[in-house]
Design a protein around this ligand. Structure first.
Ligand code: COI
Length: 358
């Protein structure tokens, strides 16, 4: 792919790479853009100074939310290499999301190359303190100016980069989760498996409600029976019950997380059984009360591995593992982050080394 480069004349001051980094507060000096038109396909790939973009007020994304996105991270190793984690998985998931929303698909090799070239160009923005990384946000949106509901005839693919620390204010400490039984996130046949902005917009009311009650996030139940545990707003959820890890199957309503898939592979390589199955909230609450629920945690690119210390369902509150990070959760966190940062062997060939910018 041919990419046009325009280097910024006003490089920004970088924040300090410490706890104040937060999540998504700072953006790097450049961004990637590429357009799609029916007669030209994807064209005009460019890396330009980060800044506002102009759009027609009738751009369809602003009215009907034809928008999809991804999230992945870049890490700098001790010896100065830059690593991505399984970027082809994000590329494939974006294709599936775009198919569902009838949007132009970004081919896998274009996606990976665009991510790689932008990260290499802004390489000096990759933070190096423990627990930090460069969050990569690729996204696609409809640009046709039209007020009728139909697939847009033009799209833009963009990537922005943000140096980040922990996603949750709790850092890597356990979070409190509210089991949502009023609102629903997804039903079969809907967009639950797609990573589209609309799913997140629809989830905000539940998140606001949970936060008012003192909870960090919600755990969604299935949209039909309000009975089976699906996922947490920003991560997949896993429950370590009686020596087995149980997580919801990816059969249309759950986001197929890259971290989820990696954790399942890690657990199986350690001979810890993983069951991808329907888990009812009653079974989960009962396991918590009888202490057979040993640990619970969320998995996600932003959240990494986030221990769950408390669940609240219909006013009943259960504490998990004395609100402490469990040994298995810690082992998964340590192993995964060591592979991602190039500190440890990568037996699964998950990391992808970014070629340096010229
Ligand atoms: C991610 O984990 O990368 C996400 O996209 C979750 C969230 C920040 C929306």
């Amino acid at each position: 792919m041919e990419i046009r480069y325009e280097k910024t004349l006003n490089p920004k001051q970088k924040p300090s790479w410490d706890d104040a980094l937060g999540f998504g507060k700072y953006y790097t000096d450049h961004m990637f853009m590429m357009d799609w038109a029916q007669d030209k396909g994807w064209h005009d790939a460019r890396i330009v100074p980060y800044g506002p973009i102009t759009m027609d007020p009738a751009a369809m994304v602003l009215h009907y939310a034809q928008e999809t996105f991804e999230g992945l991270k870049a890490y700098k190793t001790r010896d100065g290499k830059v690593l991505l984690f399984r970027p082809e998985m994000n590329a494939r998931r974006l294709i599936n999301s775009n198919k569902r929303l009838c949007m132009a698909e970004v081919p896998e090799e274009i996606f990976v190359e665009a991510v790689e070239k932008l990260v290499a160009f802004d390489e000096d923005w990759i933070p190096t303190a423990p627990g930090t990384s460069l969050y990569i946000r690729p996204f696609v949106f409809a640009t046709e100016a039209a007020v009728g509901v139909h697939p847009s005839t033009s799209y833009r693919f963009m990537i922005v980069l943000s140096p980040v620390g922990a996603y949750y204010p709790e850092g890597v400490n356990p979070v409190k989760i509210y089991v949502e039984d009023e609102y629903v996130r997804a039903t079969k046949g809907g967009t639950g498996f797609a990573k589209c902005g609309g799913n997140y917009a629809a989830s905000i009311a539940a998140q606001v409600k949970a936060q008012k009650l003192g909870y960090t996030q919600v755990l969604w139940l299935d949209g039909v029976h309000r009975k089976y545990v699906e996922e947490v707003g920003t991560m997949n959820a896993m429950f370590y019950i009686n020596g087995k890890v149980v997580t919801a199957p990816c059969d249309g309503t759950v986001l197929p997380g890259v971290t989820r898939d990696s954790v399942i592979q890690l657990l199986r390589s350690w001979n810890i059984p993983v069951e991808e199955r329907y888990l009812s909230i009653d079974e989960l609450m009962e396991a918590a009360q009888s202490n057979t629920l040993q640990e619970a945690f969320g998995t996600g690119t932003a959240a990494v591995i986030s221990p769950i210390g408390e669940l609240c369902y219909k006013g009943e509150v259960v504490t998990i593992n004395d609100f402490k990070t469990g040994a298995l959760t810690q082992r998964i966190y340590d192993t995964l982050t060591a592979i991602q940062c190039g500190e440890d062997e990568d037996p699964f060939n998950w990391t992808y080394e970014v070629a340096k910018a010229n």
